[in-house]
Design a protein around this ligand. Structure first.
Ligand SMILES: [Zn+2]
Length: 76
């Protein structure tokens, strides 16, 4: 009821990891690319599946983000 819309970090994400999810690119205001700011891994929405579906696209990207695991140490 706060009227803030989607929080940057849902409680789930705060519990699981530091908030390192970042949406990088939008197509027609729909998130199309996001990344983990900790390990720089990129996540993409498939083709036009989420065209016009901002919520679905964001959920998809966040789901991918949750499923990935940051390397404990940066690869060299
Ligand atoms: Zn990561």
């Amino acid at each position: 009821m706060s009227g803030t819309g989607f929080p940057d970090c849902a409680t789930l994400f705060l519990v699981m990891a530091e908030c390192s999810f970042k949406t990088l690119m939008y197509v027609d205001k729909v998130p199309s690319m996001a990344s983990c700011t900790k390990c720089q891994r990129k996540f993409f929405t498939p083709g036009s599946t989420f065209r016009g579906d901002r919520v679905g696209a964001e959920e998809y990207l966040r789901d991918k983000f949750v499923q990935h695991q940051c390397p404990k140490e940066p690869a060299k």
